[in-house]
Design a protein around this ligand. Structure first.
Ligand code: BTN
Length: 326
């Protein structure tokens, strides 16, 4: 009931009478009063005025199940939701939960990670209270060789979600970093548990820098947060729900053809490398060219010096701007 009362107070933006809440939820005045006290203890500022009712004045930025679920309008993405104050890695949690039989779309969100994982064996710094660390577990029926594409689907969803909630111009740095003002705000790590021709589970882990006020010296040049770019604090639960909604829609488009055909326009429209000269860091030898956009498999098409269009596959090579990260 706490989630529902919160949603109602948020929607109304004005006083909701105690009697209306009692009628709406079929509970006593004491029950409503108890929920209000619980919410106040959690940090919500609620004004109670005689003959008028309750009004939500301020809400803390907490990543709780009520905060997220109350804003989530999805069919399956995040409907089964675990919100943790602290964990090792949400990717590991989501994988375990799926193995235990939890459904496709199970979402694990944490306020802090003690062993956050980044790509290529790196770690992902995961301090408390400012970022979103979340992992969605999927049980797809497509072939394992298609799984890498879901990372691009998530990158698109994150960029769209950030744009929707903040109005900031978020772009994608191929294949799956999300950048604002040429600095990274989000990283994605997809892990798969599969046999040669059968997927048991895919976990897409997403870390979004939301309310950080500063970054360590070594990443300052390339990392930023939405707070630093926007100049105001954001509600992490709202962004989490928005990303899930975008992801569910985009994933279903992907699933219809089991490739990125239906998302090409959106993805390429947000691709920061598009039309830019890039350096392709191929282990067989670096070369430069002009990035044209991705194809339906998620490969980056780069025009080389001779005008030949070369398909660059994310698993094998990475791409940099000529003068830095983007
Ligand atoms: C990268 O290296 O860019 C990918 C970083 C992915 C970090 C996220 S945070 C939530 C999820 N849990 C993890 O341990 N890692 C991912």
């Amino acid at each position: 009931m706490k989630t529902e009362i919160l949603s109602l107070l948020r929607e109304r933006e004005n006083y909701v009478s105690g009697q209306e809440l009692c009628n709406h939820f079929g509970v006593s005045r004491t029950a409503v009063w108890k929920v209000m006290n619980q919410l106040k203890e959690e940090g919500y500022e609620i004004e109670a005025v005689k003959n008028k009712g309750y009004k939500l004045l301020n809400q803390p930025d907490i990543l709780s199940a009520s905060e997220i679920a109350g804003r989530l309008h999805t069919k399956w993405a995040g409907r089964k939701l675990y919100c943790l104050e602290e964990t090792g890695s949400t990717n590991t949690d989501a994988k375990r939960l799926l193995e235990e039989g939890k459904p496709h779309g199970t979402l694990v969100v944490a306020d802090k990670q003690n062993s956050g994982k980044g790509r290529r064996g790196r770690s992902w710094s995961s301090p408390k209270g400012t970022s979103i660390y979340m992992s969605i577990g999927l049980k797809p029926s497509f072939h394992p060789d298609k799984a890498a594409m879901v990372t691009l689907v998530m990158a698109l969803a994150v960029a769209e979600g950030i744009r929707k909630i903040t109005g900031l111009e978020a772009f994608i740095k191929w294949p799956n970093d999300v950048v604002v003002n040429k600095k990274k705000v989000c990283g994605i790590l997809t892990e798969m548990n599969a046999e040669m021709d059968y997927i048991h589970s895919v976990v897409i882990g997403t870390g979004i820098n939301v309310n950080e006020m500063e970054f360590p010296e070594e990443i300052k040049e390339t990392a930023t947060s939405l707070f630093l770019e926007k100049g105001e604090k954001l509600t992490r639960a709202q962004l989490t729900a928005a990303v899930m909604e975008c992801f569910e829609r985009d994933y279903e488009i992907f699933l219809a053809q089991q490739d990125l055909r239906g998302l090409l326009e959106e993805y390429n429209g947000l691709l920061i490398n598009r039309g830019k000269r890039v350096k392709v860091l191929d282990p067989k030898g670096e070369w430069e060219g002009c990035a044209k956009g991705i194809n339906e498999k998620g490969e980056l098409l780069v025009e080389d010096e001779e005008g030949k269009l070369v398909k660059v596959y994310a698993g094998e090579v990475s791409v940099r701007g000529l003068y830095g990260y983007v």
